[in-house]
Write a protein that binds this ligand. Structure first.
Ligand code: FAD
Ligand code: FES
Length: 405
């Protein structure tokens, strides 16, 4: 017994001694030196040797979009490094094209500061800032999509351009789905979800597009559409989405840490015909863009093609139908891919890319002369790209917002 105890004490002492030696070695080998970072042509700021560039910029209130929180998977924290080419990290090879890497593009979360660095960032990013939004109201729009309206500082809402997004940070949480208040009409869809639990031990940040109309923005409101990320059907034991689960729990009055606005998904200037195609929460930036252009008195034809599965998955339809009455240049088309018999649906059926091909591209005299804006599930985007390609639309006329999953 005494021998076992002596062995344990020896082992613990050895581990402690090794950890202390490692800490001392790290301190000696990783010098605590200042490193200068220059952004565009601003005065340089000082960070510390070994800091990651994303964190160094955040410490200066330069908030890059970072939906994966620095894991190197979202590909959003892009910067261009001026001067000497820095060897790309594996995550950068995966997220940046060869052409982008040749131009000096990097992911800020993957760069450790070891020498003075000069980077270029779009001026729009330098306008983004951290803020807290207060939940004004929330409601279910479909079984898995929730609208959250945030009261945000006026300077933030004033700087939002239609198509932009904000980054929201969820604090650590342990939340059971049985605590989520679900409207009666969706209770059947939720029967099996009640057993889920979201356990998150550190803050997590994700991107959410702003669906606000100009009128919402004038009232200081950020409208967000959150789709609950459920475990994949073939792996039901995986945890549900970290941030979307938390956002399904937040109630009126809750304060949410955010930064933004970010992003460069925008309507092109000019009078080209605009065609917007969306599905699911891809609605968010498209709604903002449509309202903004109509509000600005855009003279060109604008059509919005929205795909949903069944009637319950369709939302804001009355709003867009009302827009068609007030704006003769606006057209709204919905295709339901799997309507239920009791949906009473008499509109288009099938996938939205087929509806677009049959109802627009086939008879349009010049589909290659329009601008196309796509946002929705990756499979939908790929299918729409396919029919646009068939119709001879050049890639340069297609703009899409990639939600990354
Ligand atoms: C520019 C931009 C704009 C966006 N706008 C919107 C928007 O308006 N609305 C919106 O809803 N979303 C939007 N997104 C997506 C959003 O940022 C999040 O990616 C989404 O909400 C999921 O985040 P989460 O933290 O809830 O899920 P995560 O925790 O990231 O999980 C994602 C999925 O992975 C599964 N998973 C969990 N653990 C594992 C594991 N070990 N292995 C494999 N899978 C696992 C989860 O079950 C879930 O299905 C946008 C993204 C971008 C980049
Ligand atoms: S923060 Fe997501 S790739 Fe850098």
């Amino acid at each position: 017994m005494t021998g076992v105890l002596a062995g344990v004490v020896l082992l613990v002492t050895l581990v402690l001694a090794l950890s202390t030696a490692l800490l001392i070695a790290r301190r000696r080998l990783v010098p605590d030196l200042p490193v200068a970072v220059t952004v565009n042509d601003r005065a340089p700021f000082e960070s510390r040797f070994g800091t990651d560039l994303l964190g160094a910029l955040a410490a200066q209130d330069i908030l890059l979009p970072a939906a994966c929180g620095g894991a190197g998977t979202c590909g959003q924290c892009r910067v261009r490094v001026r001067g000497e080419i820095v060897a790309p990290m594996p995550a950068e090879r995966a997220r940046l094209s060869r052409a982008e890497r040749r131009q000096g593009m990097h992911l800020a979360c993957q760069i450790r500061l070891r020498a003075p660095l000069t980077i270029e960032l779009p001026e729009a990013i330098l306008g983004a800032r951290g803020f807290e939004g207060t939940v004004l109201r929330t409601r279910f729009l479909t079984p898995l999509i929730r609208e959250i309206v945030l009261d945000a500082p006026p300077d933030v809402t004033a700087s939002v351009k239609a198509g932009a997004f904000v980054s929201l940070t969820a604090p650590p949480h342990d939340l059971g789905f049985d605590a989520i208040e679900v409207p009666e009409r969706f209770s059947e869809d939720w029967a099996e979800l009640r057993a889920l639990r979201a356990i998150v031990t550190a803050p997590v940040t994700r991107a959410y597009s702003i669906a606000s109309t100009p009128a919402d923005r004038r009232q200081g409101q950020l409208v967000l559409l959150i789709r609950l990320a459920l475990p994949p059907p073939d792996r039901p034991r995986l945890p549900p989405g970290a941030v979307s689960s938390w956002l399904f729990h937040v109630k009126e009055g809750a304060r949410i840490a955010a930064s933004g606005p970010h992003g460069d998904f925008r309507a092109q200037q000019g009078t080209r015909e605009m065609v917007l195609v969306g599905g699911g929460v891809g609605m968010a930036p498209l709604r903002a863009i449509i309202h903004e252009r109509l509000d600005q008195g855009a003279p060109q034809p604008i059509s919005f093609w929205y795909g949903a599965r069944r009637r319950d998955d369709l939302f804001y339809a009355e709003e867009f139908t009302a827009l068609t009455r007030h704006h003769p240049n606006f057209r709204f088309e919905v295709a339901l891919s799997d309507p239920r018999p009791d949906d009473g649906w008499e509109g288009r059926t099938g996938f939205v890319h087929v509806a677009l091909r049959e109802g627009f591209l086939r008879d349009h005299p010049e589909p290659e002369a329009c601008d196309y804006y796509l946002c929705g599930p990756p499979l939908m985007i790929a299918a729409v790209m396919g029919v646009l390609n068939e119709a001879g639309v050049p890639p340069g006329r297609i703009f899409f917002d990639d939600f990354g999953s």
